[in-house]
Write a protein of this length. Structure first.
Length: 121
């Protein structure tokens, strides 16, 4: 079998609440954030297998992201985004990861403000 392009896993609209921001109200109250993650990895084994050990386990990764976001406080959206990106690219199979995090209602006339960051092996 010839080499196939990397498989793409997308975690869409993971809705969490965390402390994010620099003003007193933001420090005192959790806010809604929406996290989108894209991962790429060579899924050569998984294409022909039914074994969970042959796939990149996105459930484990998502649990780690949830735990980190909900149990910490962040002043800057950029720091939160980089932290989530670090978790997303921890697995040695990951060849590319991209994270976008929306802070809802951050500006009066906008639905959200987001920061996106990516990493490539």
């Amino acid at each position: 079998m010839s080499h196939q392009p990397d498989a793409i896993i997308r975690i869409k609209n993971l809705r969490l609440r965390t402390y994010i921001g620099i003003n007193e109200e933001e420090k005192a109250n959790r806010q809604d954030v929406v996290i989108n993650v894209e991962l790429r990895y060579p899924a050569d084994k998984a294409r022909v297998s039914e074994d969970i050990d042959d796939v990149l386990n996105y459930r484990t990764m998502t649990k780690a992201i949830i735990r980190h976001v909900e149990e910490n406080r962040f002043a800057l959206l950029e720091k939160l985004t980089q932290d989530v990106l670090n978790i997303a690219c921890e697995h040695p199979w990951v060849t590319y990861a991209e994270v976008e995090i929306d802070k809802l209602h951050a500006l009066r006339y906008a639905d959200s403000v987001s920061v996106a960051m990516s990493w490539q092996r």
